[in-house]
Design a protein around this ligand. Structure first.
Ligand code: SF4
Length: 393
């Protein structure tokens, strides 16, 4: 199994408990971005386009643990930036594991061999290595030759050391279904525990805007890949219903609160992909975000999104409501032949708002205010002869 049985049971019990207690919105996976700094600059990335002063910011160990306390999700994905550049990352991971949280540490693997010994294999811990396809596909995606080779060497070493490890494969326009299917065969042969896959989100700040998939192309691509995978026993770390959604068989609405993001700005509204605002606390994020303003059909920036950040939680919640449905898809795989379900209408979506610069300016002002030396205390002159004499001394 891509996910250990104990993890599946604990997460399932958590979801059922939320439903029984009538909690309308709850987090499934806490996303942590303790830094934005990265040692790559991928063309499809919209996360690292910040001034150096922001790239140099780090969430502390305590801030990461506090974020977990606030959200209370059973699973935590640590992303970035490149988390292995954070000096206190081993302590953050140890602290979260001590709380019996299932931690996925995302990495591009360039530092994995060097830093591996700072971590221990555990049923609560998994590496999540960024690998966007075979050698040519991945090196092109990360804009640097040789990255695939180093990542694969690190994957093999981590597996030999007994670590759990999945790969995170983001797919872009122009991907060839046959090559992608062959790549999935290849990573299974490497012994990885699971594959996480999704189309790239069209970040407004990403340098390459020409290779993001629209919804129709995404669904056709995944259908073609899954058709080639029939009978191959690929292991995915995602819900079978999310894969069914990718293949155009579910008309899901986004549940961005299922994977809330805490980063150096605060709690990001509304999701991991979109920074439209920040809340100071998790409760404020949940209570004050206008959730209905977001999602495909509601907001222009969400029009083509089919990313797990918003839709994996929808799939998990659907599985609780329709267990027979997930059982069927898990058994037979996503549907690849019948007509796709109708697409959500975009007729009433609100236009995009562009707020990036405003948040960057606000954060830069906070950083420079924190750097200014504290003002000396004000001296009150009391007009008595004794004090006047002391002052003269
Ligand atoms: S559809 Fe949901 S997950 Fe995707 S960008 Fe919009 S709010 Fe975020």
């Amino acid at each position: 199994m891509a996910v250990p049985i104990m993890q599946a049971v604990r997460v399932g019990a958590y979801v059922v408990k939320q439903h029984i207690t009538g909690r309308k919105r709850y987090p499934l996976v806490l996303m942590l971005e303790p830094l934005f700094r990265c040692n790559l600059a991928c063309a499809g990335c919209g996360k690292i386009d910040y001034p150096a002063a922001i790239l140099n910011q780090r969430m502390t160990v305590q801030e990461c643990l506090d974020a977990d306390t606030e959200a209370g999700a059973p699973v935590i994905a640590v992303a970035g930036g490149e988390p292995l550049l954070h000096k206190e990352m081993p302590e953050i991971v140890r602290g979260l594991i001590a709380r019996k949280k299932y931690v996925y540490l995302c990495t591009n693997a360039l530092l994995l061999e060097k830093k591996m010994d700072d971590y221990e294999p555990s049923p609560f811990f998994s590496w999540d290595v960024h690998l966007d396809g075979d050698q040519a596909m991945h090196d092109s995606s990360v804009c640097q030759d040789g990255v695939y080779e180093r990542a694969v060497a690190a994957i093999k070493k981590a597996k030999a050391r007994g670590f759990r490890l999945s790969i995170n494969c983001t797919v872009f326009d122009g991907a060839d279904p046959k090559r992608l299917a062959a790549f999935f065969d290849e990573v299974m042969a490497m012994g990885v525990d699971g594959i996480m896959t999704a189309p790239g989100y069209a970040y407004e700040r990403a340098p390459d805007q020409a290779h993001f998939l629209n919804r129709q192309k995404t669904k056709q691509l995944f259908r073609d890949v899954f058709r080639l995978g029939k009978g191959k026993k690929w292991r995915f770390t995602q819900s079978p219903l999310f894969l069914n959604f990718l293949a155009g068989n579910e008309q899901y609405h986004c549940t961005p609160w299922g994977k809330p993001l805490r980063n150096v700005f605060g709690w990001q509204r509304p999701c991991y992909l979109l920074g439209e605002g920040y809340a100071k606390t998790f409760q404020e994020l949940m209570d004050d975000t206008k959730w209905d303003d977001y999602g495909t059909g509601n907001y222009e920036k969400c029009a083509d999104c089919m990313v797990h950040s918003g839709y994996e939680s929808t799939a998990v919640m659907d599985a609780v409501r329709r267990p027979w449905h997930i059982a069927k898809v898990a058994l037979f795989g996503p549907e690849t032949e019948k007509p796709m379900v109708p697409e959500i209408s975009l007729a009433n979506q609100r236009p995009a708002e562009y707020v990036f610069a405003q948040h960057v300016d606000a954060r830069m002002a906070e950083i420079s205010a924190a750097k200014k030396p504290a003002k000396p205390p004000r001296v009150t002159v009391v007009d008595t002869p004794a004090v006047a004499a002391d002052a003269a001394d």
